[in-house]
Ligand binder design. Structure first.
Ligand code: SF4
Length: 386
C-alpha cells in the first residue's frame, strides 16, 4: 500500500525510474478515454499525466491566460519546467476545451523552451457521442493511433498483443473492484484515500507490477478489522483530481469516510473490465467511449444521474460532496443539476468550487466540509449502521 501512496504523490516515482533504467519507452496521456492497452501491447509504459508538484504558474499563465481551468495549466507548467522530459511521447485529447488547447499551448511553449516536445506528439480525437457515427469515428481514431505508434516506435501491434493487454488490464480492474466492495460495504476495511491512491497508481505503474501489488494488498485487507469511527459516509464527485489529499481533507479529524467517488482518476474509469471475447479494437472503443460517464459526452445526463443514484444506494452514502475546479464548465454545470435532483430526493449535497493544485485554499474547504458534516449529523437519509 505504501508503494501506491509513493506513486500517487510524485511524478517521477520509483517504478517509472526502474522502467526507464531498462531503456524502455514511456508515453504520457491526458484523459481517461485513451486506451492504455494499446501502449502496453507495444511494450510502452502508458502513464496518465498529472499536475501534482506544481510550484508556480508563470508558464501556464503565459500560454493559457488567466481565465481557464488550472489543471491543464499545471500540466503545461510542469512540461515547461522540464518535469516531463523523461517521456518519449505524449497523447493529447479534447476532453474539454481547456484540455484540447493543451495541444496548441504545448506546441507554442516548445518554441520557447528547448526539448519539451517529445518525439512522438499526437492529438487523439475523441467524439462527444458514442452512437452510430461517433463509434465508427472512434474506432478509426484508435486504428490511426495504432498505425502512428507502430510507425514511430518501430513496433507491431497485433490483435493477439491487444488481447493479452486487455487480459492484463482486466486482472487489475477485477482486483480493484473487489477491493472497492470492501470500502463500500457497511463495515469498510479500506479508507477512501488509500483506495484513491491505489487507483491513481494504476494509471502510472507497469501493469504486471501493479497487479502483483494489488493482489498482496487485497490479501492483507481480507485480514483487516473494519475501520473505526466511520459515522458519515461521503461520496465525492466532480472535476478532475489526481491528489489523495482532497480525500484526506474530508477523512482527517472527522468521523466521515469517502466510501464512494465518481472521479475520472477513480474507480469509475479503472474498475470496469473490457470485453475479452469481442474484436479487441471494438471492445476498447466500446469501453473507453461507449461506457464513458464523463460529462463531456452529450445527451447522457439521465444516464449519469442514474449511475450516481445507484452508487449512492449501494454504498449507503449519507451525503455527496460535488467539487469543481474554477472555470470547469462541464462539472460546474453538471454539479448544479445533480444538486437539484439529488436534494429533491432527500440526499444532502455540498457544492464546492476550488483551484486545482497544492491545496492553497485548504482552510476554506475544510471549514465548508466540516459544516456539511454537521448538517449530516442532524438528519441523514441513509443512516450508517456504525
Ligand atoms: S473529466 Fe472527462 S474529459 Fe476530463 S480528463 Fe476526465 S475523462 Fe477526460
Amino acid at each position: 500500500m505504501q508503494l501506491f501512496h509513493d506513486v500517487a504523490n510524485q511524478i517521477k516515482c520509483q517504478p517509472l525510474i526502474d522502467w526507464k533504467a531498462l531503456n524502455r519507452p514511456v508515453v504520457g496521456y491526458t484523459c481517461s478515454q485513451v486506451p492504455a492497452e494499446i501502449f502496453h501491447a507495444a511494450g510502452i509504459l502508458p502513464i496518465r499525466m498529472r499536475g501534482i508538484e506544481t510550484d508556480g504558474m508563470d508558464i501556464g499563465d503565459a500560454y493559457y491566460g488567466p481565465f481557464i481551468c488550472s489543471f491543464p495549466k499545471c500540466l503545461l507548467q510542469l512540461v515547461g519546467k522540464g518535469a516531463y522530459k523523461f517521456i518519449d511521447g505524449a497523447v493529447i485529447t479534447p476532453g474539454c476545451d481547456a484540455m484540447r488547447r493543451l495541444d496548441e499551448c504545448w506546441r507554442k511553449a516548445g518554441e520557447d523552451y528547448d526539448g519539451i516536445i517529445p518525439g512522438f506528439f499526437y492529438y487523439f480525437d475523441v467524439p462527444h457521442k458514442a452512437e452510430g457515427h461517433g463509434m465508427e469515428w472512434f474506432v478509426e481514431e484508435i486504428e490511426y493511433l495504432i498505425a502512428e505508434i507502430e510507425d514511430y516506435f518501430k513496433v507491431t501491434i497485433t490483435d493477439e498483443n491487444l488481447r493479452a493487454a486487455i487480459l492484463e488490464y482486466n486482472k487489475g480492474r477485477r482486483l480493484l473492484s473487489e477491493i472497492e466492495s470492501m470500502r463500500t460495504s457497511e463495515t469498510p476495511v479500506v479508507s477512501g484515500s488509500d483506495m484513491f491512491a491505489a487507483t491513481i497508481a494504476g494509471t502510472v505503474m507497469p501493469r504486471a507490477q501493479y497487479n502483483e501489488e494489488l493482489t498482496q494488498w487485497m490479501a492483507s485487507l481480507s485480514q483487516s478489522p473494519p475501520m473505526e469511527n466511520v459515522r458519515k459516509r461521503i461520496m465525492l464527485i466532480g472535476s478532475i483530481t489526481d491528489d489523495p489529499d482532497l480525500i484526506r481533507l474530508i477523512e482527517t479529524d472527522t468521523d466521515a469516510m469517502v466510501v464512494a467517488e465518481n472521479l475520472c482518476f477513480g474507480v469509475r474509469s479503472e474498475g470496469r473490465p473490457v470485453d475479452e471475447d469481442a474484436d479487441p479494437i471494438s471492445a476498447l472503443a466500446e469501453h473507453y467511449l461507449g461506457e464513458s460517464t464523463c460529462p463531456r459526452m452529450y445527451g447522457r445526463y439521465k444516464q449519469r444521474l442514474a449511475v450516481l443514484k445507484e452508487k449512492i444506494e449501494q454504498s449507503h452514502v449519507d451525503g455527496v460532496i460535488m467539487q469543481n475546479i474554477r472555470f470547469c464548465d462541464l462539472h460546474g454545470a453538471e454539479n448544479a443539476l445533480f444538486e437539484k435532483d439529488l436534494e429533491a430526493e432527500g440526499i444532502p449535497c455540498l457544492r464546492l468550487e476550488r483551484e486545482y493544485g497544492p491545496m492553497i485554499d485548504k482552510g476554506r474547504l475544510k471549514l465548508r466540509i466540516n459544516a456539511f458534516l454537521e448538517r449530516l449529523g442532524r438528519g441523514r437519509k441513509y443512516a450508517s449502521s456504525n
